[in-house]
Write a protein that binds this ligand. Structure first.
Ligand SMILES: Nc1ncnc2c1ncn2[C@@H]1O[C@H](COP(=O)(O)OP(=O)(O)O)[C@@H](O)[C@H]1O
Ligand SMILES: [Mg+2]
Length: 306
């Protein structure tokens, strides 16, 4: 049985009729209560990883172990917030959320389920909009409904695929704050795809860096050393903010393209790296607790290799 809450093991996905795998030999894990972001260029296979984790797609090789069991199909324990909001357009906000609540707790009375759904609609700031249909909502509001629907089934994990990428910067910022607040209130485990570097720094405990495909790999995992109590307003004042940001940008701009595994690199155990001058930092408790041998702690490859 896996020791991690989510364990991605030797994952490979090759679509029929294609010559090369989108990704192969992916290994990483997520601990209970962690917020993990994965970043990588468009097309490297992030959505495919998330779909496999959601149980909506199957790997060609390898497996994902979730809470001790291999993922074999969708489960209400793993709620997904899609890139597009994926609401049912003919249903009101309330009915969209209610539909999820009723599939989770079919024995509940309509009144009970409605009260529960309303609680989550209010939690995402949409009280009063229950009767509106998706077409009457702004992009940000639709995405809020998607989040309310996902949270309403009280999943063990929230899986989010670039949930805010279609929104304007202001709305995106507001929703990021909401996610921070909701997470503090629920201590949910979250796995989120983003290609917004600042979003990853604001939200994530660890950031998984995926190389370009085909044959994409996990190059390394960046530990976010910023204090947990972060706000968008003060983020850039933190000493580690720019080193972390530069490290991520350097990866996306330069190293993700022609990733050449450095000596000692092991796909089964992508190194945990710390940005910042000479920083080796404390390994997060989750990493220490989970690894059989101490988690590799190194400076970024660029520095470590020289
Ligand atoms: N059902 C599919 N059939 C064939 N190719 C697919 C399918 N789904 C995704 N792909 C291909 O797999 C690659 C990775 O896609 P995706 O996981 O969506 O990447 P990302 O989310 O990182 O942008 C892309 O080249 C895409 O065209
Ligand atoms: Mg995608």
């Amino acid at each position: 049985m896996s020791r991690h809450f989510i364990s991605v093991e030797a994952l490979k996905r090759q679509f029929p009729g294609t010559e090369k795998a989108v990704f192969e030999d992916l290994w990483f894990s997520v601990e209970k209560g962690e917020f993990v972001c994965i970043i990588g260029h468009s097309g490297c296979g992030k959505t495919t990883v998330l779909n496999i984790l959601a149980g909506l797609d199957r790997p060609s090789e390898g497996a994902i172990i979730f809470d001790g069991k291999a993922v074999e199909g969708p489960s209400l324990d793993r709620a997904v917030v899609f890139q597009g909001h994926a609401l049912m357009p003919w249903m009101s906000v309330l009915d969209n959320v209610l539909f999820a609540v009723q599939s989770r707790w079919p024995s509940w009375s309509r009144a009970e389920a409605t009260e529960h759904a309303r609680k989550y609609i209010a939690m995402v700031g949409l009280a009063g909009a229950e009767k509106k249909r998706p077409a009457q909502l702004s992009g940000g509001m639709k995405q809020r409904v998607g989040i309310a629907r996902a949270l309403s089934i009280e999943p063990k994990t929230l899986l989010m695929d670039e949930p805010f990428s279609a929104l304007d910067a202001l709305t995106r910022g507001t929703l990021q704050d909401e996610v921070l607040r909701l997470r503090a209130a629920t201590s949910l485990t979250v796995f989120m795809i983003t290609h917004d570097v600042d979003e990853a720094i604001l939200l994530a405990d660890r950031i998984v860096l995926m190389t370009n495909g085909p044959g994409a790999r996990i190059a390394e995992i960046l530990v976010n050393t910023l204090p947990k109590e972060r706000t968008r307003e003060t983020l850039h004042q933190q000493a580690d903010y720019y080193p972390i940001r530069n490290h991520l940008l350097d990866f996306l701009v330069r190293r993700s393209k022609d990733f050449a595994p450095p000596p000692g690199w092991d796909a089964r155990r992508p190194p945990h790296v710390y940005a910042g001058p000479e920083k080796t930092g404390p390994a997060p408790a989750a990493v220490i607790g989970a690894a059989t041998t101490p988690a590799p702690r190194s400076r970024p490859f660029a520095a470590a290799a020289s």
